[in-house]
Design a protein around this ligand. Structure first.
Ligand code: C3H
Length: 497
């Protein structure tokens, strides 16, 4: 896009109207708020729905299978961002892609709102994977589009947007979780569907007035000649995949474990291909190549972080349900409520970190150092979970405060790593590939969750100490290595801090 085109888009967006930010931020904030409300609300009860006995309204699945499905589902939700990025870039533009994604997501929740059993579960997962892939990277990209390149409100705009994500993630386990666990899982899932519907309404009603031309253009449209070729390739590939799935299911070859292995391989191969293509492209300059090499250890650090953070809604969710004292101080705590702790701490601490970085100015740690310290806190969040089993064994229930402490520590890691990583990705990416950077960052999460799908099966109360200990120690070790490498990485980043 030329500078003139970019200026025309920014000028079409009312530049004030939402906490001193462009009015368009209101639309994007509430669309993402409701999308995350529906996604995290659904996830807060999905694990319990899968492994609860049929007589208790669940699907009666094996616990270890349910844990792996949660991880592989999370991985695919982030991996599908590649498709969403491509569709927006070449076919529909961001806004139309966001709306289509929202409709698919709502339909996905509707499938769970009815007692359709396992077929309903898998249909819902397919729709939500596709829908989120269309919506999430594009709604985040449009946030960047409503500010001019020199506007210094941009970073704080992204922080406000991150708060929107976490406000949605905070209230949904309390509403969807309580209704789902206390009354009926399907009731919980219907509230998630209503949440996405509200998001779609806010988006449709306010987008024209608030977003102007932002997200309406197709940056690299398919030429008429290309269209036929590309659609035939997509059509044939889809048919081949469907045929393979049907044959594999009928012959009993497609097991959940086999599927997990395939997704895990994709989770590793796709980012490697991304890096190779960018590195070898003639459009990438030698400074950009050096930055790409520096980005690799950061990407691996981010994978380690997400691997632990995402286990908050898998292993720690199961821990809350099975290993934690839930009747405490005269009240009964729903296990799903623990899912609200991470976003609550994010909303409370994000302004503290924003203030800290401004106060430290040039004295603030470099990006690799922030990552290293982040990994240390992330590792500690698992190390503290050793204590209850070490002190009291795994027969007695643990005090809920251990989970609170663990979620608190991982959030310190998150604030040092997640927003910093997003900003570093946009700065370190070669200019020719700037459109794909959001997908690349989300791939660090997808790869982590693909690996998680294999790891979470190893958790049992008997292996608990070893499980938390080894994963926590690995994160701390990686943090130390990154810390030692940071001067070298800083140099290779060629001026980017
Ligand atoms: O969803 C995103 O885009 C980024 N993730 C976050 O901002 C997280 N802090 C959300 S909290 C969490 C992932 C879900 C809460 O229901 C925490 C999991 C334990």
């Amino acid at each position: 896009m030329t500078h003139e085109e970019k200026d025309r888009i920014v000028q079409s967006v009312p530049q004030k109207g939402f906490f001193g930010h462009p009015k368009g931020l209101f639309t994007l904030f509430f669309t993402e708020f409701w999308e995350r409300f529906s996604y995290y609300g659904m996830r807060a009860i999905l694990l319990y729905y899968m492994y609860s006995e049929v007589k208790n309204g669940g699907l009666g699945m094996e616990e270890s299978t349910a844990l792996s499905i949660m991880a592989i589902y999370g991985s695919l939700v982030y991996m599908s961002g590649i498709i969403g990025g491509w569709i927006a870039d070449r076919l529909l533009g961001s806004l139309q892609t966001v709306f289509t994604g929202g409709v698919l997501i709502m339909m996905g929740h509707i499938f769970l709102a009815f007692p359709f059993g396992k077929m309903g579960l898998f249909a819902s997962m397919f729709l939500i994977i596709m829908g989120t892939g269309l919506l999430k990277p594009n709604v985040s990209n449009v946030v960047g589009d409503i500010y001019s390149e020199t506007d210094n409100r941009r970073d704080s705009g992204f922080s406000i947007f991150y708060m929107g994500i976490n406000l949605g993630a905070f209230i949904s386990p309390l509403i969807v979780g309580t209704l789902g666990q206390k009354y009926n899982y399907h009731l919980g899932f219907s509230i998630a569907a209503i949440g996405m519907l509200l998001g779609l309404i806010v988006f449709a009603v306010t987008k024209r007035k608030n977003l102007g031309l932002a997200g309406t253009y197709v940056p690299n449209p398919l030429m008429p000649g290309e269209k036929k070729k590309v659609f035939s390739i997509i059509g044939i590939s889809a048919l081949v995949i469907i045929a393979l799935v049907v044959v594999a299911s009928v012959s009993g070859w497609l097991t959940i474990d086999g599927f997990i292995t395939w997704v895990s391989i994709l989770g590793i191969v796709i980012p490697i291909m991304y890096f190779i293509v960018m590195y070898r492209s003639p459009k990438t300059t030698s400074d950009e190549r050096s930055r790409l090499l520096a980005y690799i250890p950061l990407f691996i650090g981010a994978m380690m972080f997400w691997a632990i953070q995402e286990q908050g809604s898998i292993i720690l969710a199961q821990y809350a349900d099975k290993r934690t004292q839930l009747d405490w101080a005269g009240i009964h705590i729903q296990s799903s409520w623990f899912q609200s702790l991470n976003p609550l701490f994010i909303v409370a601490l994000a302004p503290v970190f924003a203030w800290l970085w401004v106060k430290l100015g040039n004295r603030q740690p470099s990006t690799p150092k922030k990552f290293a310290i982040g990994l240390l806190f992330t590792g500690l969040s698992f190390i503290v979970m050793i204590v209850p089993a070490y002190v009291n064994g795994t027969e007695s229930l643990a005090n809920p405060w251990w989970l609170v402490l663990s979620f608190f520590l991982v959030v310190i890691g998150e604030l040092l790593l997640s927003p910093v990583g997003l900003s570093a990705t946009t700065k370190l990416a070669p200019a020719a590939f700037s459109a794909q950077t959001m997908s690349l960052w989300f791939l660090s999460n997808a790869s982590a969750q693909a690996i998680n799908a294999n790891i979470v099966k190893l958790y049992t109360p008997e292996t608990e100490i070893l499980y938390f200990g080894v994963i926590g120690a690995f994160s701390i070790l990686l943090g130390l290595i990154l810390f030692l490498l940071s001067p070298k990485l800083q140099k290779a980043m060629k001026g980017v801090r």
